[in-house]
Design a protein around this ligand. Structure first.
Ligand code: NZQ
Ligand code: ZN
Length: 387
């Protein structure tokens, strides 16, 4: 196990009837609030009224910035930054899934600088401070509610970039699993797949040979994400299962699982970001199409690690180490299929002729993320395996 610093400053309020606290939590940080939300789900499920009333009851002056789209766009974040500056907002409150929270983070960072916020994403500028952020999470998936990451698509260049910075943790996030009951089956599954993907990235890219605490944490989270997803697809209003899924997704990417793993990579995300940048597909759907190809190639090099995963997560005990490793990959693909996720590029209507373009685009992110062991040819060979 490697040395590490684990410091997660986000305060979490978890459970039923916690959302009316958003006004008080936000007012502790500022009174001129930019209220950021998505394309309408919070108006359908009543959350919009609850949040607005709670903010106003604390004397907050609220400016709204709605219409954040899934795979949020830089141009829309620019509009939010302009609004925050115009109204001299001193706090941002995001209500939605990872897309809304990520765009809100970009607004928090961009509101305090004169240059284009995109310069943070390309590494040309580094964040020194941001407006404080509170969130109400409505979808179990990204982990953005308790992490220091943000992802945005530059609609002018078709680049979907993300990065982490210690200033980007929300101050407070409210997680009431009840509101996730209205998430439709496809996005419920994509969210669970995203949580599993966050586990897989770290589990299979660590080079440290002895990480038993982290391994069992990650294996447990992967099992939980799949079991709870299955349960809520069968019974969408099952509060306990929604709650377990929500907390699983948060823990899968809040810095806990990778503490002690040393240098890790996120190659599947690197490739997926290139897919969703071009085709605007849901993040979890893109991951379900990329993961099989990546795993089929890498399980051959790392049979020990992959067979451990197969045995502990899918109870696969028959056959040689290599056979168990391959069966584990198949079991994961079967689960993706069971929850109706696309498991190939073809299922996403992406053709072989597009692979060079996708790989080229992924290379720009590989450079920023310093994943030097991923050449364009290597990414192309993975994508070919995903067809
Ligand atoms: O826009 P609204 O109307 O809210 O609808 C959303 C959207 O259509 C809907 N939804 C959310 N909560 C709902 C609901 N519908 C009904 N009831 C509810 N309670 O679900 C759709 C998807 O929402 P979105 O926020 O896009 O999903 P997700 O949370 O999966 O976020 C995806 C984004 O997060 C990024 C992804 O790349 C993608 O851009 N990621 C962010 C990360 C981070 N910040 O650390 C890490 C992740 O790996 C990921 O890259
Ligand atoms: Zn992800």
């Amino acid at each position: 196990m490697q040395n590490f610093v684990f410091h997660n400053p986000t305060k979490i309020l978890f459970g039923k009837n916690t959302i009316p606290s958003i006004g008080a939590e936000t007012a502790l940080l500022g009174k001129r609030v930019l209220f950021v939300y998505g394309s309408g789900s919070i108006k359908h499920n009543g959350l919009y009224d609850t949040v607005l009333q709670s903010l106003q009851s604390q004397g907050c002056i609220v400016t709204e910035h709605g219409g954040v789209q899934s795979n949020p766009l830089l141009s829309h974040a620019h509009a939010g930054i302009a609004l925050a500056k115009k109204h001299d907002c001193d706090v941002v409150c995001a209500v939605g899934g990872g897309s809304v929270i990520d765009e809100a983070k970009a607004i928090c960072a961009g509101a305090l600088v004169q240059h284009d916020v995109w310069k943070f994403f390309t590494g040309k500028k580094s964040i020194k401070s941001i407006l404080p952020l509170t969130t109400v999470l409505t979808l179990a998936a990204s982990g953005s509610e308790m992490n220091s990451g943000m992802v945005l698509t530059n609609d002018a260049t078709s680049q979907k970039f993300g990065f982490a910075n210690k200033h980007l943790y929300p101050k407070t996030s409210i997680l009431d699993p009840t509101v996730t009951c209205s998430v439709p089956p496809d996005y419920t599954a994509y969210g669970a797949i995203d949580a599993v993907a966050h586990v897989l990235e770290f589990y299979f890219t660590t080079k440290d040979p002895y990480t038993p605490v982290q391994d069992r944490l990650m294996e447990g989270l992967a099992i939980n994400a799949m079991e709870c997803c299955d349960a809520v697809l069968a019974a969408p209003d099952d509060y306990q299962k929604r709650a377990a899924l929500m907390w699983t997704a948060t823990l899968a990417l809040n810095g806990l699982t990778n503490a002690g793993l040393g240098k890790i990579g996120v190659p599947m995300h690197m490739i997926e970001h290139s897919l969703s940048a071009f085709y605007n597909i849901p993040h979890g759907a893109g991951l379900a199409a990329v993961i099989p190809g990546w795993m089929k190639i890498h399980c051959i090099d790392q049979p020990e690690r992959f067979s451990q995963f197969a045995e502990r997560v899918f109870a696969i005990r028959d056959g040689s180490k290599e056979e168990r490793a391959a069966k584990g990959v198949d079991a994961l693909i079967n689960w993706f299929t069971k929850v109706n996720a696309p498991t190939t590029l073809t299922a996403l209507n992406i053709q072989e002729k597009d692979i060079p373009k996708i790989a080229e685009n992924a290379m720009t992110l590989a450079k920023i993320w310093r994943m030097r062991d991923y050449s364009k040819e290597r990414v192309e060979s993975i994508l070919l395996k995903c067809l």
